[in-house]
Design a protein around this ligand. Structure first.
Ligand code: PEP
Ligand code: MG
Length: 313
């Protein structure tokens, strides 16, 4: 146990010039929190709470959710836990929420849009999160935010729930995964505490390519300069209001993506558990200045292939 603490994966991702990137994990189950810490993650940057709601006949109760979140704060032992509120709709459906047919479910009532229409679903989840927040550093994150009205409406419900419970405020952030949120980043940044860029969805919406479409799979690349420019714009917007930006989409877990993101000014990278140690190790081997130079080159490329061919620092 003692010796384990010296393993490289438990050391922070300090770049050679001292710039630090927080490396955290994406999880979708309570039991994965301990595995994430074990793998070297410095917390959880994205908890996909859908796992509590899928493959069931009824929604989980507030208490059941509270227990799951507490199991995670216990395993994390003081490390941060970003809980994303329910993100269903789109391709994810549950039997107890019969959705009217949608011709374009990815452009329909998904994520926060569904929760704002179903307070009987949204409020118990927020209650469970706020109750768990007194057991560790919990943050709340809303998915699929497209407009300032969505954010304001979600925050208003969260604040009602919080005052009902009489617990202290927690940081509230949004997923930036819809191009409108990236375009309006400066405005959003004034009304929330942090951003986490969901490059999986952002890529599908920027390129207008279904992220699940087999025939398009090779082209739906989060390293496309069009996506990187949206990320750049998002970081600048956040910085104008002094807020921090993370990325929890797939490119955060690739060394190439991680270098570009660090160079663009992203300070937290959230990825699947198996990527944590390798990304930390890669970042430790280069300087932030090198990452910035590389990111500039990537932004200037004409397509994703060109970004993938750039020699890594
Ligand atoms: C994303 O869209 O990039 C993301 C991290 O969320 P999900 O993959 O759960 O949609
Ligand atoms: Mg998403």
């Amino acid at each position: 146990q003692r010796e384990e603490e010296h393993f490289e994966r438990y050391q922070p991702a300090l770049m050679t010039d001292g710039h630090r990137i927080e490396v955290v994990a994406n999880i979708g189950k309570a039991s994965e929190a301990a595995a994430a810490v074990e793998a070297g993650a410095e917390g959880i940057g994205l908890l996909r709470t859908e796992f509590l709601f899928l493959e069931r006949d009824t929604p989980p109760t507030e208490d059941k959710q509270f227990e799951a979140y507490c199991e995670m704060t216990r395993a994390l032992n003081g490390l941060p836990l970003i809980i994303r509120t329910l993100d269903i709709g789109g391709d994810k459906v549950v039997p107890y929420l019969p959705q009217p047919h949608e011709d374009n479910p990815f452009l329909g009532v998904r994520g926060i849009r569904l929760c704002l229409r179903k307070p009987e679903l949204f409020r118990p989840q927020l209650r469970a999160i706020y109750r768990a927040s007194v057991t560790g550093p919990v943050k709340i994150m809303f998915p699929m935010i497209a407009t300032l009205e969505d954010l304001r409406a979600a925050k208003e419900i969260a604040e009602q729930v919080r005052t009902e419970l009489g617990v202290p405020p927690v940081e509230i952030g949004i997923m930036v995964e819809v191009p409108s949120a990236a375009a309006m980043a400066a405005e959003f940044a004034r009304e929330c505490d942090f951003f986490s860029i969901g490059t999986n969805d952002l890529t599908q919406y920027v390129l207008a390519m279904d992220r699940m479409h087999a025939a398009l799979a090779k082209q739906v690349d989060g390293l496309h300069p069009a996506v990187l420019r949206m990320i750049d714009q998002t970081v600048r917007g956040a910085q104008s209001a002094g807020k921090w930006v993370g990325v929890c989409g797939g490119i955060a877990g690739e060394p190439r993506g991680a270098v570009i993101l660090a160079g663009l000014g992203v300070t937290e990278l959230s990825m699947s558990i198996p990527s944590v140690a390798a990304v930390k190790a890669y970042l430790r081997g280069i300087s932030h200045t090198q990452a910035q130079t590389f990111a500039k080159r990537a932004l200037a490329c004409q397509g994703a292939d060109a970004v993938r061919e750039l020699p890594l620092p």
